[in-house]
Write a protein that binds this ligand. Structure first.
Ligand code: ADP
Ligand code: MG
Length: 624
C-alpha cells in the first residue's frame, strides 16, 4: 500500500469502444463507403506527394485509381486503391489504434496546411476506417507500401483484436491497398451494384480520383466517377449542357436552371460555390420547415447533403459548396452553427442577391420569370432580414393599379407619386383580379393614386415590419381613415355632383342596427362607385393580416370592421329616404343588405345567408 500521488492511464475497454464507435458516431450507414473511398483517395494523394521528392515512385503514382469490386457469392465488397499503401508499422499505428490518424501524422510530417497535398487530404480524426464494421463482420486489408517489396495482411472482426501477417507479394496489390469487407447479414443492400453506384455518386462522385466498379468477378470495370468535380473546373471549360446535367442531378428536377452562378471565393476562408436558381418551382418550396438544402463538400467529399447554409428566403437556390476550411467533427457531420459556415452562408446570400440584381437590370424578362417563381419566397426576407431589405426592395416587383401587365418596382411607384401623396398605398388579399376590383381603392383610382395589389400571404407581414421605402410609409387602403382628400381628383368634374343630403340619421341608424358586427360607421372618402365597403379600424390590424392570423388560430385578431358608406351612391341616398319615410323598422332590410354587400365585396359570406337570400328575393319581387 502506498499513499503517494501517482498518474494513471485510463483503462479503456477497446471492444466496447469499438462497438460505440461503429454504432453511434455516424447517423447513416452509407457513409462507410465515403470513409473508405476517402482513405483510398488520400492514399493516392499521399503517393503523388511522395513521388514529387522520390523519382522512384513516379511510375507507381502515375494513374491514381480506386476500384470497387463486388462478389455476391462470397458476400464481399472490396475497395482497391493504387495509393501509398502501408508498412507493417504503419498498419499498427494507423489501423491498430483508434483515433490515431495516419493522415494527421502525414500532415504534421509535411509541415501541412498551406501545402497543396495537405489541402486535398480528407482524413483528420483517425476513426473513419472503423465505420467498415457497421456493415462488415470481418475486414481484411492487404497492402504494400510504395517503394517496398513486402506486403501485409491485416485482419480483424472489429471486436478489439486484429492480426497482421506477412502476405505473399503475388497475392497483394501491385501498388496500394485492398480492403475487403465481408458484409454482415444486415448489409445485403451493399451487394447491389446500382445501390453502390448511387452512394458513390452522392457521397464521393466528386473526389479527385476516378472510381471504377466491377459488378462481379471477371466483369469489365465500369467508370462510375471521373475523378473531376465539375465545380473545380474553370468556367470556360464547362459547357452549358454540363451545367444543366449537374443541376438536374443536384435538384432532381428536369427544367433548365434560370441562373447559374459559379465562383471561387478567396480570402480568409476559401471555397468554391456552384449555385443554381431553378427554372421551375421545386415541390417543397412551401414546406413549413423552410430549410435551405445545400450540399456541403470538404475537399470534394460530401459532408452534408442538406446543410442549412442559406436564409429561408433563399431556400429555392440549389447550392454546392466545397471548402477546405470548414471545421468538421469526428463523424464529419458539420457543426452547422460554426462561424465559418455562417460566414460562408452569408457571403453566398450576398452574391446571389448581386447576381439577381444584375439579371434584373440586364435581362428583365428572364428576371421576371425568376420573380414569378420565387418572389413570394424572396419577400419573406423583407420581413425577416432587415439588413437585406434594401437589396430585396430593389428586386421586388409588384402588380398595381398602374402595372398593366408589367410589374412595377417601388422605384417606379415613388417616381409616379401624385401631388400631396405622402404614403405608398397597398391592398392585400389572395387574388390580384379581385383586389383590383375592391371598392376600397376606388377613391385612390379616382385621384390617380397607385395602389399596390399584394396577393401573397407574406405581403401582409412585411408591409407592417418594413418601415417604408424612400421615406414613404406603407399604408393599407383597407385600414383607418383615408388621408387622400388633399390629392386632387383626375376626373375633375366629379366634384360637381351635388353635396349629399344630411346622412347623420342613416349613420346613427346603421351603427345601432349593426352594433354587433361593426365598430363604427362613417361617410367614406375612398368610395366613388360602390355603395359601401369594410375597413379595419385605426387601431386594429389590417383585415387581410387579421384573417391570416385567424386562420392560424388567433381568432381574437379579427376585430370588428368599420363600415364606410358612399353618401353619393343612389342606393345609400335611397336608404336614407326610406329611413326618413318608414322609420327604423322599414329600413332594416336595406341596412343589412348594404352591410352584406360590403362583406361580399370583401370576399366574405353575408352575416346570415338565409336572411340575405330572403331580402334579396323580396327586392327582386319589387321589380329589378
Ligand atoms: P483518417 O482517415 O481520419 O486518418 P481512418 O480511420 O479513416 O482515419 O484511417 C486511419 C489511417 O489508416 C489513415 O490515416 C491512413 O494512414 C491509414 N489508411 C486507411 N486506409 C488506407 C489506405 N487505403 N491506404 C493507405 N493508408 C490507409
Ligand atoms: Mg479516413
Amino acid at each position: 500500500m502506498t499513499t503517494d500521488a501517482a498518474d494513471f492511464g485510463f483503462e479503456a475497454n477497446v471492444e466496447q469502444l469499438l462497438e460505440l464507435m461503429t454504432h453511434s458516431v455516424y447517423s447513416e450507414r452509407d457513409v462507410f463507403l465515403r470513409e473508405l473511398i476517402s482513405n483510398a483517395a488520400d492514399a493516392c494523394e499521399k503517393l503523388r506527394y511522395e513521388a514529387l521528392s522520390d523519382a522512384g515512385l513516379a511510375a507507381e503514382a502515375a494513374t491514381p485509381l480506386i476500384t470497387l469490386a463486388l462478389d455476391k457469392d462470397k458476400r464481399t465488397l472490396t475497395i482497391i486503391d493504387n495509393g501509398v499503401g502501408m508498412s507493417r508499422d504503419e498498419l499498427i499505428s494507423a489501423l491498430g489504434s483508434i483515433a490515431n490518424s495516419g493522415t494527421r501524422a502525414f500532415l504534421d510530417k509535411i509541415g501541412a496546411e498551406k501545402n497543396d497535398a495537405a489541402g486535398s487530404l480528407i482524413g483528420r480524426f483517425g476513426v473513419g476506417f472503423y465505420s467498415a464494421f457497421m456493415v462488415a463482420d470481418h475486414v481484411e486489408v492487404a497492402t504494400r507500401r510504395a517503394g517496398s517489396n513486402e506486403a501485409w495482411l491485416w485482419t480483424s472482426a472489429g471486436k478489439g483484436k486484429y492480426s497482421i501477417a506477412p502476405l505473399d507479394p503475388a497475392l497483394a496489390p501491385a501498388v496500394g491497398t485492398r480492403v475487403t469487407l465481408h458484409l454482415n447479414a444486415d448489409s445485403d443492400e451493399f451487394l447491389d451494384a446500382w445501390r453502390l453506384e448511387t452512394i458513390v455518386r452522392e457521397h464521393s462522385g466528386a473526389v479527385a480520383t476516378p472510381i471504377d466498379l466491377i459488378t462481379a468477378p471477371g466483369e469489365e470495370p465500369k467508370r462510375i466517377a471521373d475523378g473531376v468535380a465539375l465545380w473545380t473546373k474553370s468556367k470556360s471549360d464547362i459547357t452549358e449542357e454540363e451545367y444543366t446535367d449537374f443541376y438536374r442531378q443536384l435538384s432532381g428536377q428536369f427544367d433548365e436552371p434560370a441562373l447559374t452562378i459559379h465562383w471561387r471565393a478567396e480570402g480568409r476562408t476559401e471555397y468554391t460555390v456552384l449555385a443554381f436558381i431553378p427554372g421551375a418551382r421545386p415541390l417543397d418550396l412551401f414546406d413549413p420547415a423552410r430549410k435551405s438544402k445545400s450540399k456541403l463538400y470538404v475537399r470534394r467529399v460530401l459532408i452534408s447533403r442538406d446543410a442549412d447554409l442559406l436564409p429561408p428566403w433563399l431556400r429555392f437556390v440549389r447550392v454546392v459548396v466545397d471548402s477546405a476550411d470548414v471545421p468538421l467533427n469526428v463523424s464529419r457531420e458539420v457543426a452547422q452553427k460554426s462561424p465559418a459556415i455562417a460566414a460562408i452562408g452569408k457571403a453566398i446570400a450576398t452574391r446571389i442577391l448581386q447576381e439577381l440584381t444584375k439579371l434584373a437590370e440586364n435581362e428583365p424578362e428572364k428576371f421576371a420569370k425568376v420573380w414569378e417563381n420565387f418572389g413570394a419566397v424572396l419577400k419573406e426576407g423583407l420581413h425577416e432580414d432587415p439588413a437585406r431589405r434594401d437589396a430585396l426592395f430593389a428586386l421586388a416587383r409588384f402588380a398595381s393599379t398602374k402595372s398593366d401587365g408589367k410589374n412595377r418596382t417601388l422605384k417606379d411607384y415613388v417616381a409616379d407619386l401624385r401631388e400631396n401623396q405622402t404614403a405608398i398605398y397597398y391592398i392585400t388579399g389572395d387574388d390580384v383580379k379581385r383586389l383590383a376590383a375592391s371598392p376600397q381603392i376606388e377613391g385612390f383610382r379616382a385621384r390617380g393614386v397607385e395602389v399596390l395589389l399584394l396577393d401573397d400571404s407574406v405581403d401582409a407581414f412585411w408591409v407592417t415590419s418594413a418601415l417604408g421605402f424612400d421615406g414613404k410609409p406603407f399604408k393599407s387602403v383597407t385600414q383607418g381613415q383615408a388621408d387622400i382628400d388633399a390629392i386632387p381628383r383626375v376626373d375633375a368634374d366629379e366634384t360637381e355632383t351635388p353635396p349629399p343630403a344630411d346622412m347623420g340619421v342613416l349613420v346613427t341608424a346603421l351603427k345601432e342596427t349593426l352594433v354587433d358586427y361593426v365598430e363604427d360607421v362613417r361617410i367614406s372618402t375612398r368610395l366613388t362607385e360602390s355603395a359601401a365597403c369594410l375597413i379595419a379600424s385605426d387601431k386594429g390590424l389590417d383585415r387581410q393580416l387579421a384573417r391570416l392570423l385567424a386562420e392560424h388560430g388567433q381568432q381574437a385578431m379579427l376585430g370588428k370592421p368599420v363600415l364606410e358608406i358612399n353618401a353619393k351612391h343612389p342606393a345609400v341616398a335611397m336608404l336614407s329616404t326610406t329611413l326618413a319615410q318608414k322609420g327604423r323598422d322599414g329600413a332594416t332590410d336595406g341596412m343589412y343588405l348594404l352591410f352584406d354587400l360590403a362583406r361580399v365585396a370583401d370576399g366574405e359570406q353575408p352575416i346570415d345567408a338565409s336572411a340575405f337570400v330572403k331580402r334579396l328575393g323580396a327586392l327582386i319581387a319589387k321589380g329589378v
